[in-house]
Design a protein. Structure first.
Length: 168
């Protein structure tokens, strides 16, 4: 049995090897084909989603998502499209906001793609008080037919300037 261990370990090592490369802040893999038009379509979808979100246009938002799309919120709570629409429709204090979507990163092939971005929101509360909330977001898309749909959206609120592994 011991003589077969190296033979069994080899496929594990090969299977765990990551061939993707980081290039100029953008993700790139030579083994996958990506289409620049696909990344443009996804960025447009994300922008359209947030415009609909800010306007509370639930019908438009639902058309951009799949029923099974998962949204993992900054506090770790997971919702699907229907649950998210219910939450938005029940929210009483929907404050006006300005939003900036920047620092897009794209990695994909012909069926699955990942888009990362910085989402900066400034809310205008009562008495003209402004609250700035920045988020790092990762959207995972699946191509169904000729269109891309977000299947998982994860966002993290940026709450400090640098990372530490210290336990508080």
């Amino acid at each position: 049995m011991k003589k077969y261990i190296p033979i069994l370990i080899f496929p594990v090592i090969i299977g765990c090897t990551d061939t993707s490369k980081e290039y100029g802040g953008k993700f790139h893999s030579e083994s996958r084909e990506s289409n620049p038009a696909d990344s443009t379509q996804m960025v447009k979808l994300i922008r359209d989603f947030f415009q609909a979100f800010d306007e509370r246009d639930l019908t438009r938002m639902e058309k951009l998502l799949l029923p099974a799309s998962k949204i993992i919120h900054h506090n770790g709570v997971e919702t699907n499209t229907k649950e998210m629409m219910e939450i938005i429709s029940k929210t009483k204090n929907w404050y006006p906001r300005e939003r900036s979507l920047t620092k897009f990163e794209y990695f994909g092939d012909s069926k699955i793609a990942i888009v990362g971005l910085l989402n900066e929101v400034t809310f205008t509360l009562s008495k003209n008080k402004k609250v700035y909330e920045p988020y790092n977001e990762t959207w995972i898309f699946e191509k169904i037919g000729t269109s891309w749909y977000p299947i998982r959206i994860h966002y993290s609120k940026i709450i400090q300037d640098e990372h530490s592994e210290e336990v508080e």
